[in-house]
Design a protein around this ligand. Structure first.
Ligand SMILES: O=C(O)CCCC[C@@H]1SC[C@@H]2NC(=O)N[C@@H]21
Length: 256
């Protein structure tokens, strides 16, 4: 007879001041899987799930996400007010929070933001964000190459190379210590979104955007669009000026 599936047990549960509750796990398939399970059980957050190892992590567009030991992997479960647009805006909140947390631990780092939700360090990808909507709650998955960058393998031409914080700056920080910075940074930017609305978040994001005003390429299942990166609209969609006129893309992969 099959035994019932074992529930992952957190190593610790605590609620530090100024931040949401957090649970730390030694190993999970993916913090997104654990988030989905907890949401099914009624969890609505805000709750951070931090895994020291993931055996089956995923990235955007169903791609696998490699997680060398020492890297950061967490998911924030939250149930913000509003509809799909307000939820999608949290990817910009998370990008800004990640930028701030990285800047706090490595003040000398050259950081920028790549649409839709990557954080670049010295122009390489140091962190990625994956948003998944689990009905009543949102899961914001965040992976940061703190200790090591995954192998470059078969990167598409124009894709940014993966880099790690340690390799680029010499700064060593544990996943737990990084969450100590990230959780309050997220709470600050989220409060700003609620208080001031998306234009304030958009302005802050654009001020840190990589390649603004320059030519980029955006790939969707329908093909590639080349154009000048003019910003993001009120929904967070990518705005390009192409030889054929303005184009707005709600989702795409961007190449430089
Ligand atoms: O493709 C991307 O850039 C997004 C990567 C997101 C990876 C993180 S690691 C924590 C969370 N758990 C997952 O399985 N994926 C996200």
């Amino acid at each position: 007879m099959l035994s019932p599936p074992r529930r992952p047990r957190p190593l610790s549960t605590e609620a530090p001041a100024r931040a949401a509750e957090r649970r730390v796990y030694r190993s999970l398939t993916s913090t997104m899987d654990e988030a989905a399970r907890l949401v099914r059980e009624g969890e609505r957050g805000p709750l951070w799930l931090l895994a020291l190892e993931q055996t089956s992590a995923r990235g955007r567009q169903g791609r696998p996400w490699a997680m060398p030991p020492g890297n950061f992997a967490a998911t924030l479960i939250d149930a913000p007010e509003g509809g799909p647009m307000e939820k999608a805006q949290r990817s910009f909140v998370a990008s800004l929070a990640l930028r701030d947390a990285l800047a706090e631990v490595a003040p000398q780092a050259h950081l920028s933001l790549k649409w839709p939700n990557d954080v670049l360090l010295s122009e390489g990808k140091v962190a990625g964000i994956l948003l998944e909507n689990f009905g009543p709650a949102l899961a914001i998955g965040i992976g940061v190459n703190l200790a090591a960058a995954p192998g470059q393998g078969d990167l598409p031409e124009g894709a940014v190379r993966p880099v790690s914080l340690l390799q680029e700056t010499g700064v060593a920080v544990s996943p737990e210590a990084f969450l100590d910075r990230l959780a309050p940074a997220y709470a600050r930017w989220d409060a700003r979104l609620v208080a001031e609305g998306f234009p304030s978040i958009r302005d802050a994001w654009l001020a840190a955007a990589a390649r603004l005003g320059q030519e980029i390429r955006a790939r969707t299942p329908k093909g590639e669009t080349r154009g000048r990166f003019d910003g993001i609209d009120a929904r967070g969609s990518l705005m390009l000026t192409t030889p054929a006129g303005p184009v707005t893309l709600p989702a795409a992969d961007v190449y430089f």
